[in-house]
Design a protein around this ligand. Structure first.
Ligand code: CMP
Length: 140
């Protein structure tokens, strides 16, 4: 096992439902160390850049409107195999198909408003961490 980092976003639906504390508690209990964190609201341009990989998907515009509709809370998390561990505890993109006990099953509403985002590979985790945080903001 290797200790590494992943990027987590608590999305506007979960923030509006005041689930930030519950989600952070869940993640700490699952062994993640929060080594950087910020609350912010994305601009349209920032959201489009972050989700550029999905720009040709039919849900892109709706996704952007959702992601800028309220505050988000963004974390850099450290754990053994952080990327795959987070994806396990996050669950399927669609909360209806997520395993019991996963974050999206517990707190997601639907395939778009699914409570949290987690990086899908180590390469993307590094890109996403650098998108939101400077080196100075991340505890090493
Ligand atoms: P996330 O893991 O942040 O990555 C892309 C996001 O697009 C995803 O979570 C969902 O919020 C959203 N998404 C993915 N598939 C769909 C879909 N079929 N319809 C609407 N939104 C989607």
């Amino acid at each position: 096992m290797e200790i590494n980092k992943t990027l987590s976003i608590i999305k506007p639906d979960a923030m509006k439902s005041k689930l930030q504390g519950k989600i952070l508690d869940y993640l700490e209990n699952k062994g993640f160390k929060i080594i950087a964190q910020k609350k912010m609201r994305l601009t349209k341009k920032q959201a489009e850049t972050f989700y550029a990989i999905h720009k040709d998907r039919p849900f892109f515009n709706e996704l952007i409107e959702f992601m800028i509709s309220g505050d988000i809370s963004v974390q850099v998390l450290e754990a053994d195999n952080a990327v795959s561990h987070y994806r396990e505890v996050m669950g399927n993109t669609d909360p209806a198909n997520a395993d019991e006990g996963t974050l999206r099953k517990l707190y997601g509403n639907n395939i778009q408003c699914n409570a949290v985002h987690g990086s899908d590979s180590q390469e993307n985790a590094n890109i996403e961490i650098n998108f939101f945080f400077s080196k100075l903001e991340v505890i090493n």
